[in-house]
Write a protein that binds this ligand. Structure first.
Ligand code: ATP
Ligand code: MG
Length: 436
């Protein structure tokens, strides 16, 4: 046998629950259950689906995310296209690509757009629980909207998603909120920060010293415990915001307050990308160790112009699907796609044509039914039926079929008597299976 080939480190297969695996990653039924909930919810808010390429020109991210961000400095999978020498990058996030597409297609010409996508992102990080090199984001963007109402809409929509999934806000996930103001306000704050850190230069670690003049704001995001006290005492951006920025923030807050959504204003919430302004937010959980941010987003009014479009405001968020599904799995919330309703047992191959015609009609009536394939004894077929998680076995035995009937046997309810139903009219008894 040829040598086996393994997946790239930090990149995972999403597998059905029936495939045993040693890591504890969520199975594909949880993924597809989540995706169905997302689809339904987003369409209720009028967000439209979009898909953009996984590979983009490297310059898109360098320009869009900012040269001295973690992602651009050290996390991007960039390579040269051997055919033509183009510099390309596997997308590390979705916003820049969506904005590129909207600019390229003049999409905002007819007014603002609400969009969403879900797909793989790539970052060269140290793999650990909740942190992978290929991971997935649900990404939602509202382009062309300036008002704080849409910022609040996005946040409330995420809360609605938590509710659909069975997560409790405050207990399982909580909201942190901040305002980054406008570029000139950030500039004044930045100057004050540099002065403050320069005055305390001895306490800066190597990372912070490097960032002092390139991106001092990122020093506030440090995870180094030795620098926490210094960072606590640093000048706060909130004190540099002008009236307009404060009004925007207050307007977002007043919608959240009216909707009864509790949050913490976290002045140290800065987010990883350079493109954010005004509202930024994160949904965090305490139940996933240090990978606690499940969703992060905010306003990025400068990005569309920076990528070559006619300047227009925008706001969006990215939600880490693996992290969220790990949380859902840990809490054992019933999100997974349901098992099939029925499993068809056909002991004699000669009866397959009749059985399969009935199964087709059942499926057309909305019943999910798995057909046993590959023969085997009645006993072994029943074993498979049980393992499938189905609630009913449909037994196409010789005697039953000879009488034009199929036996319906409940697999999870010992009290329920076995009954016979007509092969010819499955639509008439489909409801019996669906309602059980
Ligand atoms: P972190 O601080 O954990 O690195 P981030 O600020 O880099 O997160 P964003 O760029 O805001 O993350 O991406 C949005 C969401 O995508 C995150 O909140 C997280 O849930 C998820 N995410 C980011 N990086 C990874 C990764 N390497 N593996 C799995 N999920 C990730
Ligand atoms: Mg990161």
């Amino acid at each position: 046998m040829a040598e086996k080939i393994s997946a790239v480190k930090g990149m995972n297969d999403i597998l059905p629950a029936s495939v045993p695996r040693t890591d504890k990653l969520p199975d594909s039924a949880l993924w597809s259950g989540f995706e169905s909930i997302v689809r339904r919810l987003l369409s209720r808010y009028g967000y439209q689906y979009i898909v953009t390429p996984v590979v983009e020109p490297t310059s898109l991210f360098v320009r869009g995310l900012g040269e001295v961000t973690d992602i651009v400095e050290k996390e991007m999978y960039s390579f040269t296209d051997a055919m033509n020498g183009d510099r390309l990058t596997l997308r590390p996030e979705a916003t820049a690509g969506i904005v590129r597409a909207m600019v390229e297609h003049n999409a905002l010409y007819n007014g603002p757009l609400r969009l969403w996508t879900l797909g793989p992102m790539f970052r060269h990080e140290r793999p650990q629980k909740g942190r992978y090199r290929q991971f997935h984001q649900l990404d939602v963007e509202a382009l062309g909207f300036a008002g704080p109402d849409v910022d609040a809409e996005l946040i409330l929509m995420v809360r609605a998603l938590w509710r659909e999934l069975g997560l409790e806000e405050g207990r399982h996930v909580r909201l942190e909120l901040n305002s980054l103001g406008q570029p000139h306000e950030r500039h004044a704050h930045r100057e004050a920060l540099i002065r403050y850190f320069e005055a305390n230069a001895a306490q800066l670690d190597a990372d912070a010293q490097r960032r002092l003049h390139t991106n001092p704001l990122r020093i506030l995001d440090t995870k180094n415990p030795a620098m926490q006290a210094l960072v606590e005492g640093a000048p706060q951006l909130m004190d540099f915001l002008g009236a307009e920025s404060r009004d925007h923030f207050d307007a977002v807050r007043s919608v959240l307050d009216a909707a009864g959504l509790a949050y913490r204003v976290n002045p140290r919430l800065v987010r990883g990308m350079d493109y954010y302004n005004l509202t930024v937010f994160e949904w965090v959980t305490d139940q996933l160790g240090s990978q606690g941010t499940v969703c992060g987003g905010g306003r990025y009014d400068g990005l569309i112009g920076q990528i070559g479009g006619k300047p227009a405001p925008a706001v969006g968020f990215g939600l880490g699907v693996e992290r969220l599904l790990l949380l859902i799995q840990e809490l054992q919330l019933p999100v997974a796609d349901p098992a099939p309703v029925a499993y068809a047992i056909v002991p004699s191959p000669a009866l397959l044509p009749q059985a399969m015609v009935t199964l087709e009609a059942l499926r057309a009536a909305g019943v999910s039914v798995v057909q046993h394939a590959g023969g085997g004894s009645m006993k072994s077929q029943f074993k498979k039926a049980d393992a499938s998680g189905a609630r009913f076995a449909l037994v196409f035995g010789e005697e039953e079929v000879a009488q034009g009937q199929v036996a319906l046997k409940a697999l999870r309810d010992a009290q329920r008597p076995q009954v016979l139903r007509p092969l010819q009219a499955p639509a008439e008894w489909a409801a019996e299976l669906l309602d059980a």
